[in-house]
Structures are given as C-alpha cells and as structure tokens.
Design a protein around this ligand. Structure first.
Ligand SMILES: Cc1cc2nc3c(=O)[nH]c(=O)nc-3n(C[C@H](O)[C@H](O)[C@H](O)COP(=O)(O)OP(=O)(O)OC[C@H]3O[C@@H](n4cnc5c(N)ncnc54)[C@H](O)[C@@H]3O)c2cc1C
Length: 435
C-alpha cells in the first residue's frame, strides 16, 4: 500500500487525504493545531460552553468540489441551503431576492428587488450580459481591475454601492478596485450564469469543527491525524523529499502533500520559490445578548461597515462579519465592537435595548489572499520540481479565489498528481462549466 504524508489539516489537506484514501493510499496528516479544519475551523472561548466558528463560513451552490468533499465525508446533510437572500437597509427595511427557479424566474426576482432602482438594475443586467463572452474571449481580463471594468460598463453609484461592492467583498474578500476582473467575472459566471442554483446560500447547521471532527474520520481507518504536531523540517535529497521532521522524529512516505498556508510552505521548502501574496483581513464580531435581537437566519446589511449578520443561536447569539476589513481591523477591539453594535442596532432595533452579555472580536489579518490583477499566472501548480512533493492550499492554481471550494479543489488536484506519479492515475476534480 503506498504511503502519503499530508502537512496541514485544513480543507486542502483533508480533501487531498480523502482522495488519496480512495486510491488506496495510507495517509498521515500532520496538523500543527489540536483540531482539523485550519482557517475553516472552530475555537473554544472561555465561558462559552459550545465550540464557535472564529469566522462564519458560507458556501454557494456552485461549490461543486466542496459539496463533493462533504458527501465523501458523510456530512453533506449538515449544510442547510437557503433559496433567498434578505437585504436589510439601515432603519430595518427588508428586501428579498429569491435565487431558485429557472433563468426567467430568477430574472423576474431580480427585477422585483426593491433595494435597487430600475436604472441600477438595467446597468447590472447590461454588464451581466457580456460576462460570458468576455470571459471566453478577452485575453487581458487578469490585467484589469474589476473597478476599471465596472467603470467601463457604466454602472450607477447605487449599483456599485448596493450590488457590486457587497458582492465582490463577500465573494472575494476584496474591494472591486483591488480585484482582477478575471477573478470577478469568473465568480459572476459560476454564481449567477453557469447553472441554476449556483447562488444558493449554504450555511453549516453545526460549528465547522463538528463537520470534520476526529470522530468522522474514524470511518477512514487508513487516514491518521497527528494533531498538535507541527512539521519542523522537510528533508530533500536530490529531486525528492526524503522525509519530514516533527517533534524531533523523522517520518517517511512515498508521496508528500504540502497543504499549509503559503508562507509556511515557503519556509518549509525554500527552494520552491513560492510567490509572496497580498493578504486581506476579515473581522468577526460575536455578540451574545440576554434576549433575542435578530429574527432572520442571516441578513446582508446594506450601506454600512458590517456586511453580514448571522443568527447563530435563537437570535441571542449573533455573529457580524466584515470582509476586506482594513478599516475596522485598524480600530481598537473596544471601538470595533462598539461600531458593530451600533450598526446592528440600525438594522435590528432590539440590539439597541437588549442587554449585551458578552462580546468577542476575532481579527484575522491574513484571512485570505487578495485576487489582485496579475496574480492568476503567478499561482503555483500542484506538481513541483520535487518528484514526490505536491502542493495544496487555497493559494495554489485552482482558478478559484481563496475559499473552501478553492482549498478542496487544490487538495483534489494534488491527489490527482500524486496518483499519477504512483502510476495509479485517478480523477477527483469536478470541473466547472466552461463559459
Ligand atoms: C474569517 C474567515 C472567514 C472566511 N469565510 C469564508 C467563507 O465564508 N467561505 C469560504 O469559502 N471561505 C472562507 N474563508 C476562506 C477559507 O477559510 C480558506 O480559503 C480555506 O479554509 C483555506 O484552506 P487551506 O486548507 O488552504 O488552508 P488552512 O485552512 O490555513 O489550513 C492550513 C493548515 O496547515 C496547518 N499548518 C501550518 N503550518 C504547519 C506545519 N508546519 N505543520 C503542520 N501543520 C501546519 C495550519 O495549522 C492549518 O490548519 C474564510 C477565511 C477566514 C479566515
């Protein structure tokens, strides 16, 4: 039985391990933290009885490989899909956008959306109408920012403020001016145009850590987690990896998948010359109230700093999310919590009067890489110049931005490359529909 070592137990490493398991490998996953999941994991907070997600994670219907990974792991039922988005204005006015149904039904739902005027909607539809064509034909899209692309497609100020910016920031964790038009158009294509259901909003019904708890992995006896075990060194010998060192001991395998974030990968194997990526922060503000303050499962918040509110428990525990959060990340914790609480009160007035029992701010300064213009061709492939080393991680060349789907795709691609090198080639990646 061929043996593989996976370094990093985030989604990329876990997806690589599951795929390799299917090809008959015996796998050890070395993970520095005490739990699997990486950035898409849960944390314990003193005084809070349950695990909480440091940052709320959502997925969309177009995340084909992530859903496939959940199916393989037997946890697909833990994701609840919602067929509508609720947009809330300051003051509390609500607008619902249904995402289900045929193309004409979705178009009609969009035309009914009251948070935008007719001119805004027509401008958006005009831009949407050229997405497929430009994606398929234009060679220079990755050199252009989405901000410039939108300007050249004459978008209205309200369409920019209430549609394009929230969409880019939520899907790509970056401002339109800093996003490559290629990445943005690819996201538009997959979410809205490529297939029905691409925009459906998937929300885990349990903390992320429960989705891939150690218990779930017991169903896969050939996958062993070495939790709390940081890989200290990767040993090379000529054009191969000879082993890894963790807790002073050397471990060897036939294939190695390096699935850490890019900066750790660069430090572990300097000769790969991996790119330096610009990173973008995400701030999550967790608020626990004495009584319920929120009556929706989740809401997209318009015209303010906070972009999303998630009802985590009976409307009493609310998580607020700010993506591309450079400004709130620069505030003191107290000021950032104050800002979030004030804004929540503008959308859900009960938050102004119900007593706040506890607040927790989680700032992740290196949450995801920024999909800036010019990055597309700099992302490394899953094969490397070392014959038995394969790269995984949301930062590798997956065609996707830094997302759970991107991470799973990278794991599958690394596993495909490893099975090929072992002469037992297998396919795991579910390709996206071409434009
Ligand atoms: C706050 C926040 C919110 C997000 N929201 C969303 C969302 O809503 N939807 C979405 O799709 N994506 C979201 N993302 C992005 C998503 O979490 C990531 O793209 C994805 O989880 C990356 O997975 P990964 O396996 O590539 O990397 P990671 O999850 O970073 O995993 C790498 C692992 O390697 C381990 N490691 C590092 N060095 C070593 C070492 N030397 N030895 C052993 N182990 C090591 C780390 O501990 C880590 O567990 C969010 C990210 C953040 C931070």
């Amino acid at each position: 039985m061929p043996r593989a070592i996976v370094i990093g137990g985030g989604l990329a490493g876990m997806a690589a391990a599951l795929a390799l398991h299917e090809s008959g490998f015996e796998i050890e996953i070395f993970e520095a933290r005490n739990r699997p999941g990486g950035r898409a994991g849960s944390i314990r907070v003193e005084g809070v009885p349950e695990w909480i997600d440091a940052g709320q994670h959502i997925l969309l219907g177009c995340c084909r490989n992530l859903l496939d990974f959940y199916r393989r792991l037997g946890v697909r039922h833990l994701i609840r899909f919602h067929d509508e988005y609720v947009f809330v204005e300051p003051g509390g006015r609500r607008w619902v956008l249904a995402t289900g149904g045929s193309g004409p039904a979705r178009l009609a739902a969009f035309l009914r959306l009251g948070s935008l005027g007719l001119r805004d909607k027509l401008a958006i539809l005009r831009a949407m109408a050229v997405v497929r064509h430009e994606l398929a034909r234009r060679e220079d899209l990755d050199a252009v920012s989405m901000g410039a692309w939108l300007a050249s497609h004459r978008q209205t100020p309200r369409a920019l403020a209430r549609f394009w910016r929230p969409l880019m920031v939520s899907a790509l964790n970056e401002e339109p001016e800093r996003v490559s038009a290629w990445h943005a158009l690819q996201a538009l294509w997959l979410i809205f145009l490529a297939s029905p259901g691409g925009a459906r909003l998937g929300v885990p019904t349990v903390p992320l850590g429960e989705i891939y708890s150690e218990e779930r992995w017991r169903a896969f006896p050939n996958i062993a987690f070495r939790l709390g075990t940081r890989v200290e060194r990767v040993l090379t010998e000529g054009c191969r990896i000879a082993g890894i060192q963790a807790r002073g001991a050397i471990h060897r395998a036939d294939a190695y998948v390096l699935a850490t974030p890019v900066e750790q990968a660069r430090a572990l194997v300097p000769r790969l010359d991996l790119p330096k990526l610009e990173m973008s922060p995400i701030v999550a503000v967790h608020l626990w109230f004495e009584r319920p303050v929120m009556d929706l499962p989740q809401a997209a918040l318009l015209d303010r700093t906070v972009q999303w509110a998630f009802n985590k428990h009976e409307g009493r525990y609310v998580q607020l999310v700010v993506s591309a959060a450079r400004r709130p990340a620069s505030l003191s914790n107290e000021a950032a919590v104050g800002l979030a609480l004030r804004e929540l009160g503008e959308f859900f007035p009960l938050a102004r009067t119900v007593r706040l029992e506890r607040a927790l701010l989680v700032k992740q300064m290196r949450a995801t890489f920024s999909p800036v213009p010019g990055l597309r061709t700099r992302r490394p492939a899953n094969r490397t110049t070392l014959a038995n080393l394969f790269l995984a991680g949301d930062w590798t060349d997956t065609g996707w931005p830094a997302t759970m789907e991107g991470a799973v795709r990278s794991g599958y691609l690394a596993a495909e490359a490893a099975t090929c090198a072992a002469n037992i080639p297998a396919r795991f990646l579910i390709p996206d529909p071409a434009p």
